[in-house]
Design a protein around this ligand. Structure first.
Ligand SMILES: *Cc1c(COP(=O)(O)O)cnc(C)c1O
Length: 466
C-alpha cells in the first residue's frame, strides 16, 4: 500500500513514512493510492471479532510495513485503556442507535485515534532511534486526548498551548493535572487562533523544526483517520448481528471533516450497500452544510456555540474529500485549494449531484441543539453532550423507516456539564475518570502570546537525540 499527496507533489510513501510526515511536504494531505474492497464473505466472517481484532483486520488492509504481531500489540495496547470491553458500544434508543465513542481516557472520541497514534509514534521512534517534540494548540478536546496519547513515553515530549481561561474547567484540568515529566502545558494570554498562529510560525521555521524534531498531532495525520474507520465497521457489524440485513445510515457531528471522512472511506471499503447515507451535521458554523446543500464552500466568521469542538470554518480534512470529488485529479485539487486559500471560497455547485450522493446535511441551531438534549433526556433518560445532540437532531431529520440510523456520540456529557444543565436542569453525573479532578494538583505555565517566548521555552525543555 502506497500513500500519495492530494496535490501530487510527493513520490509514493510507505504507511510509516506517511505517518511521520503528517502534512504532505507539498502542502497536500496524504491518502492511500487506492481504497481496498472487503467482499461480503470476509465482512461476514468478522462478525464475532473483538474490537482490537477487528481493528487489526481493517488497519492491516492499509498498513504493509509493520509486522503483524507488532501491529497486533500496538492495537491491543491502544484499546486496553478504554473503560468498556466493547470499546465503542452501540446503544439503541427509540428510533436511533447511539455509538458511544467516549469511553477513552479523556472521554472524547479523539481518544480512539490518539491512543493509537501515540503508541504508533513511540514504536516508530524506537525503531528509528529518534525523538519527537510534539507541539500543538488546542481549543479544548484535542489537547487532553493528545497528552493522554503520549504521556510517559520515552522518546516524546509534548507541548500543548491552550487559551488561558477560555477552555472549560474540566478541559483545562484534564490537561494540567497530568504530571508526567514529558508533558508541558502552556496557557497563553490570548485566543486559540493566537496559539494556532504561533504553532504554525514555529513549524514554518524549517531549521528550528528540524533541529528540535517538531512533530504534529493534529487531525490531518492519516493514522487518525484510519483508526476512526474501524468503528464504522464495528457498528455496521453490530447492527447486522442484531439480524438487520440491508443498508445503514450514519449521522456525524462535524468540525474538521475528519470523523465523517473516515465514514466516507468506510463506505468505500465495505461491500456496496452496507452504508447508505452519511449525514453531515454542523452547528451554526455551517460552511460544510452549505457545501453539501448548495455547493458553496465559503468562509464566514467563526461564531461561538455550545459545541466548541465544531466551531470551525475551514475544515482541515476537506481537501481529502475534494480529491475524490475531482476523481483523484491532483492538478485540479491543488488549483482549487490554492484558489480557496486566496479567496476564501469555492463554488462547487457543478458537482452538487456527486456531493449529494455522498452526503446529506443539516446545520443545527443553538436552540435546536439544547432542545434535543432536553427531549432526549425526557424520552429516553439518556444525556447527550452538545456535539452529539447536533448529530442526533440532524439524524431525526433524515431518518427513513426501516433503515437503522447510527448517531456518533463524540463526547461524554460531563465534559460539557454547564450546557447540559442549561438544557435539562440537571448537571450530568461525573464519571469516575473525572471524580475529584477540581482539587487535583496542576502544572501549567502562563505565557504571553509571543512566538519568541514559546520558542525559548521549547528550546530549554525539548528532548534531544541521546
Ligand atoms: C473534534 C470533535 C468533533 C469534530 O470532529 P471532526 O473530526 O473535527 O469533524 C465533534 N465532537 C467532539 C466532541 C469533538 O471533540
Amino acid at each position: 500500500m502506497q500513500y500519495i499527496s492530494t496535490r501530487g507533489g510527493i513520490a509514493p510513501l510507505s504507511f510509516t513514512d506517511a505517518v511521520m510526515m503528517g502534512l504532505g511536504v507539498d502542502g497536500g494531505l496524504l491518502l492511500p493510492n487506492e481504497i481496498p474492497k472487503i467482499d461480503s464473505e470476509t465482512f461476514a466472517s468478522w462478525q464475532a471479532l473483538s474490537y482490537p481484532a477487528l481493528a487489526f483486520e481493517v488497519m492491516s488492509r492499509f498498513i504493509d510495513d509493520i509486522p503483524a504481531s507488532e501491529l497486533h500489540d500496538l492495537i491491543n495496547k491502544s484499546y486496553a485503556t478504554f473503560g468498556t470491553k466493547e470499546v465503542t458500544p452501540l446503544v439503541a434508543l427509540g428510533d436511533l442507535h447511539i455509538l458511544e465513542l467516549f469511553h477513552g481516557p479523556t472521554l472524547a472520541f479523539k481518544d480512539v485515534a490518539l491512543q493509537f497514534l501515540g503508541n504508533l509514534f513511540e514504536y516508530l521512534l524506537d525503531k528509528n532511534k529518534s525523538v519527537m517534540n510534539i507541539l500543538g494548540a488546542t481549543s479544548g478536546d484535542t489537547g487532553s486526548a493528545a497528552i493522554y496519547g503520549v504521556r510517559g513515553k520515552a522518546r516524546i515530549n509534548i507541548f500543548i498551548l491552550h487559551p488561558h481561561k477560555r477552555v472549560s474547567e474540566v478541559q483545562e484540568k484534564q490537561m494540567t493535572t497530568v504530571m508526567d515529566a514529558n508533558v508541558f502545558n502552556i496557557a497563553i494570554r490570548g485566543s486559540f487562533d493566537d496559539g494556532q498562529a504561533m504553532v504554525k510560525a514555529l513549524f514554518n521555521e524549517l531549521s528550528f523544526k528540524d533541529k528540535y524534531h517538531l512533530g504534529a498531532i493534529n487531525s490531518i495525520n492519516w493514522a487518525r483517520v484510519l483508526a476512526q474507520i474501524v468503528y464504522y465497521v464495528k457498528a455496521s457489524l453490530d447492527i447486522q448481528g442484531q439480524g438487520h440485513r440491508g443498508p445503514i445510515d450514519f449521522s456525524i457531528p462535524t468540525g474538521n471533516f475528519g470523523d465523517i471522512f473516515a465514514g466516507f472511506i468506510a463506505k468505500k471499503l465495505l461491500p456496496g450497500n452496507t452504508i447508505r447515507h452519511l449525514v453531515l451535521a454542523t452547528n451554526s458554523n455551517d460552511i460544510l452544510s452549505r457545501f453539501v446543500n448548495q455547493g458553496d464552500y465559503s468562509l464566514r466568521n467563526v461564531v461561538q456555540t455550545s459545541s466548541p469542538s465544531m466551531d470551525i470554518q475551514a475544515a482541515s480534512n476537506f481537501e481529502r474529500y475534494l480529491y475524490y470529488l475531482m476523481n483523484c485529479d491532483t492538478v485540479q485539487t491543488k488549483a482549487l485549494m490554492v484558489n480557496f486559500l486566496k479567496t476564501g471560497k469555492l463554488d462547487l455547485s457543478d458537482q452538487l449531484g456527486q456531493i449529494q450522493d455522498d452526503f446529506l446535511s443539516t446545520a443545527v441551531s443553538e436552540e435546536a441543539a439544547l432542545k434535543t438534549i432536553r427531549c432526549f433526556k425526557q424520552a429516553h433518560d439518556y444525556t447527550l453532550d452538545p456535539h452529539t445532540a447536533i448529530g442526533v437532531h440532524a439524524a431525526l431529520e433524515h431518518k427513513t423507516d426501516g433503515i437503522p440510523m447510527i448517531c456518533l456520540a463524540t463526547a461524554h456529557p460531563a465534559k460539557f456539564g454547564k450546557v447540559v444543565a442549561k438544557a435539562t436542569g440537571t448537571a450530568p453525573v461525573l464519571p469516575e475518570a473525572l471524580e475529584g479532578i477540581e482539587t487535583k494538583a496542576t502544572r501549567c505555565e502562563l505565557m504571553d502570546a509571543d512566538t519568541e517566548t514559546i520558542k525559548q521555552y521549547l528550546k530549554t525543555r525539548a528532548r534531544h537525540l541521546p
